[in-house]
Design a binder for this molecule. Structure first.
Ligand code: FAD
Length: 499
C-alpha cells in the first residue's frame, strides 16, 4: 500500500521532532503529513537536558542555533555532575568529549593510569576540555580561537521543552505539516491486515492514514492500546518509577552553570537543569522505598530558587515496547519505552528513531525487512543505554538506605558485568555495535564511582614512556583554552535577549 498520508499522533517533543524531520521529505512529493494533538491532554512537560547528537539533529534541519536558543531560553551543556552516587559527599563530572587524545590507538585514561603509577599527580580531569570548562563555569567553541591544533568543544543544550515543541511546530507548519487539534477517542484497523486504518476524534471527525507515527506518550495509543504490541519491563534493573518535577526561578542573578546536576538522595536522585530564565528541577524516586510526600519534601528542601509552578507528579514503568515498529505504526518518544532521564537519553532516542525511520521509509509501502531491521537496531540501542544507566546505581558504595542496598546488590545483565570486569583488569572499555556511550563516558562513571583499574595495559605503559611530551602538550592546550573562555552566562547573553 503506497504511503500518501502520514499521521502523527501526539504533539510533544517526539511528535514535533518527527513532524519537523519528516516535513523535509515532502518537498515536491504527493505526501500529506498531519499531526494530531490534544491541548486538553497536554504533554508530559519535562525533558530539558540533551546530549551532543541533538546539536546535529538541529543542524540537519538547518535550524539557526541562535534563534533556537533564544526561543527555548536554552543554555549550553558540557556534561553532567553526579553527586553522592559513589558515596555521600563524592562528586564527579561525566563530560562530553574525550579524556585526552587518541595516542596510537590507546585509550588515554590507560596511559594516564600508567603515568599515575610513576608518580604523576595530575588528575584525569585536567585532560578533558569539557570538564575543565565546566569546573570554571566557562564556555566557548574551539573554532572561536582559529587554532586547529586545539581539542574541539563537545556540547549539547538545556532547553525549555514546551518552547522547543512550539518552535518546531512553526518550522513544520511552514513546511506543510497540518496540525489537527483534538482528542483521539477511537482507532480503527483494517480487517485483514490489522494495520491501522484511521483514528476518530472526540468531535466525530475521522482521519485516515497510510502510515502512523505514535507519539502519544506513555499511553501508547496506537502501538499498545490499538495494536497490543506488549511491553518488556525493566523495573528489576531500573526500579525508579516516579518523579516529581518543580521548576524554580533564577532570580539570584547567578549565571547558569554549563552542566546538568544529578544529585543522589536516599531512594533516587534529583536533577537540576539550568535554563536562562529558570531552573528545571525534579526528583526521580522509587515508590517501593519512598512516598510521594517525602520525595516532594526532599526536592523542595534542595531547590536553588523559588518554585514557579505547581509540582508535577509523574509515574512510569522503565522498559521498552516489544516492537517499536508494528505493522504500519512506528512508536517514537515515550510511546516506545522509557528508561530514566539520568543520562538525558530520551530525546536522543527520539532523534535516532526519526533518523532510522527516514532512512528506512519507502513511500511505496511497508515491508517486513524494514520493520525487523528497525526493531533489531532500536532494541540494541535501548539495551546498551540501559546497561550504562544500571552501572550508575550498581556501582555504588552507598549502604545508608534500603534503596542503595537493593541496587548495589541486584543482579545486573552479563553484558554489564563483563564490561566492568574488563575495565578492572587494565582499564580497557570494549564498546560494541557502535553504542552511544563512549570510552570516556564509561571510564568517567566507573572511576567516578570508585571502580579502579587494577593493572596496566602493557601497550599503555609503553605509550606513557614514549609520548610523555604529547601528554604535557594536551594539558597545556586545554588550560590555554579554558583561561581564555568567557563565562558561560556571558556567552549565552551574546545570543541576545529572548523574545
Ligand atoms: P508527551 O510529551 O507526553 O506528548 C504526548 C502527546 O500526545 C501530547 O501532545 C498529547 O496531547 C498527545 N496525546 C496523547 N493522547 C492523545 C489522544 N488521545 N488524542 C490526541 N493527542 C493525544 N528526556 C531527555 O532527553 N532529557 C531529560 O532531561 C528528560 N527528563 C525527563 C524527566 C522525567 C521525569 C520524564 C518522565 C521524562 C524525561 N525525559 C527526558 C523524557 C522526555 O520528557 C520525553 O522523551 C519527551 O518529552 C517526549 O515525550 P513525548 O512527546 O513522547 O510524550
Amino acid at each position: 500500500m503506497a504511503i500518501e498520508h502520514i499521521v502523527i499522533v501526539g504533539g510533544g517533543t517526539a511528535g514535533w521532532m518527527a513532524a519537523a524531520a519528516l516535513s523535509r521529505i515532502r518537498d515536491g512529493r504527493n505526501l500529506k503529513i498531519t499531526l494530531i494533538e490534544s491541548e486538553q491532554i497536554g504533554t508530559v512537560g519535562v525533558g530539558e537536558a540533551t546530549i551532543p547528537p541533538f546539536v546535529e539533529f538541529n543542524q540537519a534541519l538547518e535550524i539557526d542555533e541562535r534563534e533556537m536558543l533564544s526561543a527555548t531560553q536554552g543554555t549550553f551543556k558540557l556534561g553532567i555532575q553526579f553527586s553522592n552516587w559513589g558515596q555521600v559527599g563524592e562528586s564527579y563530572i561525566h563530560p562530553f568529549g574525550n579524556y585526552g587524545y587518541d595516542l596510537g590507538g590507546i585509550n588515554f585514561h590507560q596511559v594516564w593510569h600508567a603515568l599515575r603509577q610513576r608518580g604523576d599527580k595530575r588528575p584525569l580531569q585536567a585532560f578533558n576540555l569539557e570538564t575543565m570548562a565546566a569546573y570554571f563555569g566557562r564556555f566557548s567553541r574551539t573554532q572561536d580561537y582559529n587554532r586547529d591544533d586545539l581539542p574541539p568543544m563537545n556540547y549539547a543544550y538545556h532547553i525549555d521543552a514546551t518552547r522547543y515543541a512550539g518552535f518546531l511546530r512553526q518550522y513544520a507548519e511552514k513546511r506543510g505539516v497540518v496540525r489537527q487539534e483534538g482528542r483521539v477517542d477511537d482507532v480503527s484497523l483494517h480487517a485483514e491486515s490489522g494495520f491501522v486504518k484511521s483514528v476518530t476524534l472526540q468531535s466525530g471527525q475521522t482521519i485516515e492514514g497510510d502510515f502512523f507515527v505514535d507519539c502519544s506518550g506513555f499511553r501508547g495509543l496506537l502501538i499498545e492500546q490499538a495494536l497490543e504490541t506488549g511491553y518488556e519491563e525493566w523495573t528489576h534493573l531500573l526500579p525508579c518509577d516516579r518523579a516529581v518535577a518543580l521548576p524554580c526561578n533564577r532570580d539570584d542573578g547567578s549565571p547558569p552553570p554549563p552542566f546538568t546536576k544529578a544529585t543522589a538522595h536516599a531512594a533516587g536522585w534529583q536533577w537540576q537543569v539550568p535554563l536562562q530564565h529558570r531552573n528545571g528541577n525534579g526528583h526521580v524516586y522509587c515508590s517501593e522505598f519512598m512516598s510521594d510526600d517525602e520525595a516532594h519534601d526532599i526536592l523542595v528542601k534542595n531547590l536553588a530558587g523559588k518554585p514557579t509552578a505547581e509540582p508535577n507528579f509523574l509515574r512510569f514503568v522503565t522498559g521498552r515496547r516489544k516492537k517499536f515498529w508494528n505493522k504500519n505504526v512506528v512508536s517514537i518518544g515515550l510511546a516506545s519505552g522509557f528508561m530514566e532521564p539520568l543520562e538525558s537519553t530520551s530525546i536522543h532516542l527520539i532523534n535516532t528513531g526519526v533518523n532510522k525511520l527516514i532512512a528506512l521509509l519507502s513511500l511505496d509501502g511497508v515491508n517486513e525487512a524494514q520493520i525487523s531491521t528497525y526493531n533489531r537496531i532500536t532494541r540494541k540501542e535501548y539495551e546498551r543505554i540501559r546497561d550504562f544507566l544500571v552501572l550508575h546505581y550498581n556501582a555504588t558504595r552507598r549502604n545508608d538506605s534500603p534503596f542503595w542496598d537493593h541496587v548495589r546488590t541486584m543482579e545486573v545483565p552479563d553484558t554489564l558485568t563483563e564490561k566492568v570486569e574488563i575495565f578492572k583488569a587494565n582499564g580497557q572499555v570494549l564498546r560494541e555495535e557502535d553504542e552511544l556511550f563512549t570510552t570516556t563516558s564509561w571510564a568517567a562513571v566507573m572511576m567516578g564511582q570508585g571502580i579502579s583499574m587494577v593493572g596496566n595495559s602493557p601497550m599503555a605503559d609503553n605509550v606513557a614512556t614514549q609520548m610523555a611530551g604529547e601528554v604535557d602538550e594536551m594539558e597545556k592546550s586545554i588550560r590555554w583554552l579554558v583561561e581564555r573562555m568567557p563565562g558561560h552566562g556571558q556567552y549565552v547573553q551574546k545570543y541576545g535577549p529572548a523574545p
